[in-house]
Design a protein around this ligand. Sequence first.
Ligand SMILES: CC(C)(COP(=O)([O-])OP(=O)([O-])OC[C@H]1O[C@@H](n2cnc3c(N)ncnc32)[C@H](O)[C@@H]1OP(=O)([O-])[O-])[C@@H](O)C(=O)NCCC(=O)NCCSC(=O)C[C@@](C)(O)CC(=O)[O-]
Ligand SMILES: NC(=O)C1=CN([C@@H]2O[C@H](COP(=O)(O)OP(=O)(O)OC[C@H]3O[C@@H](n4cnc5c(N)ncnc54)[C@H](OP(=O)(O)O)[C@@H]3O)[C@@H](O)[C@H]2O)C=CC1
Length: 513
Amino acid sequence: MPMRSSFRLVSPPHSSGSSDTSSSADSSENAKNMVEEVRSLAQCIDIFENGPRPLSESLALLNDEEVIMLAQCGKIAAYSLEKVLGMNELERAVRIRRALISRASSTQTLEASDIPLADYDYSKVLGACCENVVGYIPLPLGIAGPLYIDGTLYPIPMATAEGTLVASASRGCKALNAGGGVTTVLTQDGMTRGPAIDFPSIVDAASAKIWIDSPEGYSTLKKAFESTSRFAKLKSLKTAMAGRTLYVRFATSTGDAMGMNMISKGTEKALEVMQERYPGMVVLALSGNYCTDKKPAAINWIEGRGKSVVAEAVIPGHVVKSVLKTTVPALVNLNTKKNLVGSAMAGSIGGFNAHAANILTAIFLATGQDPAQNVESSMCMTLMEAVNDGEDLLMTVSMPCIEVGTVGGGTVLGPQKAVLEMLGIKGAHPTSPGHNAQTLARIIAAAVMAGELSLLGALAAGHLIRAHMQHNRAPQTVAAPVSEKISRSWCAEEGKKNKLLYLYNVTPVLTDV
Ligand SMILES: CC(C)(COP(=O)([O-])OP(=O)([O-])OC[C@H]1O[C@@H](n2cnc3c(N)ncnc32)[C@H](O)[C@@H]1OP(=O)([O-])[O-])[C@@H](O)C(=O)NCCC(=O)NCCSC(=O)C[C@@](C)(O)CC(=O)[O-]
Ligand SMILES: NC(=O)C1=CN([C@@H]2O[C@H](COP(=O)(O)OP(=O)(O)OC[C@H]3O[C@@H](n4cnc5c(N)ncnc54)[C@H](OP(=O)(O)O)[C@@H]3O)[C@@H](O)[C@H]2O)C=CC1
């Protein structure tokens, strides 16, 4: 059957109130169109429901408007368009979904919006990254540095909409490189999941706790946990009771994956095995917030989560002066009073830094990490001290919870995978599972150090807002004046008082009064 020509949707009957002959001709024309449309709708439904061929082939016979009509009358769920249209029609599914959402909403249309639709590989999204897709959101990607980290020169990829950030990190890289670059140590690698388990009584809960803490309990749960993955290796179990509720914090290495799906799968299996021994237990939730995922928590700051990294560098005093436009004593004093005392006065947990989250989140977005995990991943303590007879600056950043992966999650998306490839850490490490993800964590800690150094320098020198006015508020981005019509009428009114009006003191508006 040939592709149908363009197709008008079933439109509601026109309730024309006028009585003249032209309107009666219109209404008979409309009636004729409606009959035609209803017949076509019936035909489309017949193709859809009884086509002699696979559904995707039947739908290939229909044009977009006909598929939209089928969806509008409930024959196709908008979220399942990719499934019914087939893997070769993914962009078409997104296009049709945009139309459906536009026509069903009274707000702006999606069909002709600036949200990009084309030139995107939706096959990497399906079943992995996002549902009910209507396009994608591009972000500027800047490169700071490069930065010497453990003897290797890395470009620092930052996806951000905060002007100044890349410039600032670049300046920090320049200062760090001048002192020989950054050294990092990785002290722990363990993703965590902490289910909540109810027991009939505290006696039962305590008995389970003692068993889990015993060698027998640990090995039993470890065996079950590790049976679910080639890479998950259980490293520790930490238990805590709150009344008759027991919390168990599983910690595991996860190869090059960030590991949340992996650890959740392993934990579920371990709890199944535990249930056989304690039939009275009730697993309230796989996540009992004892993990702690995507929420601020002291347990992460103290115990670590994901990769725990400390970075160190020495910046010569003359570089502090020439590049950061301040002095070593000023930086050391400011870091103490701001990042330590200031944060302590604010009751911070893990926020003993200036803007670790800025740098970390920009790199997370560029490399396909889970951006919500910036909450705990950005926990950081920045320390500075004067060394070499007070001449030079020794700086460290300590980040116990950098949760990153180079396989899985958003790392499967083309652009993000390409950024990891630029860093030489795309996908799974060929010989040492986990090495790529650990390298990414080291790069992030070193880049955070660069950002800390530059921002503190700017704050010490009183350059912060000057920098943001220059890089963060370019004239073309200033809020546009009200529309021409209003401004002209406003000017016409106001113009009687004087000849020259400044609208938002950006553009002189000459009136003709
Ligand atoms: C903006 C600068 C770098 C100027 O710093 P400067 O020293 O005046 O700049 P410069 O022209 O002397 O350049 C020095 C170096 O900066 C870099 N640089 C300089 N310009 C660029 C550029 N356009 N693109 C890329 N890199 C640039 C570049 O490395 C350059 O070296 P060069 O290549 O010339 O040899 C400095 O003033 C600065 O770093 N300011 C701090 C800005 C910042 O870090 N903002 C963070 C966001 S604020 C915030 O969100 C956090 C906050 C403040 O709320 C957290 C808190 O509570 O503390
Ligand atoms: N489930 C949850 O509660 C949460 C999920 N997430 C989401 O989870 C996703 C990340 O889950 P994650 O488990 O990291 O990734 P995936 O769910 O993608 O699992 C990683 C997969 O890659 C395989 N793999 C192949 N090579 C390696 C290697 N070298 N190292 C590690 N794994 C390898 C693993 O094998 P194998 O099958 O043998 O393990 C596994 O199948 C993100 O999208 C994140 O947003 C985030 C927070 C919570």
